[in-house]
Design a protein around this ligand. Sequence first.
Ligand code: ZN
Length: 223
Amino acid sequence: MKKFQKQLEVLVFQDLNGHFRMQNINEIEDLIKIISKLPGLGPKSAKRIVLKLINNKEELVKPLAATLAQVYKNVTRCNFCGSLKSNLYGCNNCQIKKKFDKICVVEDIADQWSIENSKIFQGYFHILGGTIASVGQRKEDLLINSLVDRVVKEDINEVILATSATVEGQTTAYYIQDSLKNTKAKVTKLAQGLPVGGEIESLDDGTLFSAFKNRSNLNTNSE
Ligand SMILES: [Zn+2]
């Protein structure tokens, strides 16, 4: 009984079946609701996370709150390449000293990380931050004008469209291809070996490698 009361002090406890039970505390419920919105987490895992957090306030909640505040304050999207940047240090993508003649267009920064990890591609990245058909996505947010500027200013020879093999991804690729028609850059698209509905981020290195290697030229008709 004493042990039970002790656990009640933290307001979260496991019942005999190992299920977490919580009292209705607004702060905790709000936190669970927010955490369950994160990718890969449902209400059950969110409860476990919250339990871990409130049992480790000094070690976890305090630094987490401070880090979140820093991220909220300092991390923003780069208006030029679409990547994330710290306002304190600037954009990593835009500060690359190396000169490349290729640029790879991806939907998400996680796609860039996958492609970088696979070491398949050496060049610049442009992060759209979504697709044209994404709900609530405005065309201007995809930074396509900025992409066209970059292609011209950086004297880019090839623009590789690495959008997902979804209808939205392919519509976006078509729109970008059309926007680039007055530049001299060759526009290519990852090979159709991509699984239908495949998101770049979730592809293994082998599939990504063959998609890059077999990329098709989209402006063969205009040459
Ligand atoms: Zn940038």
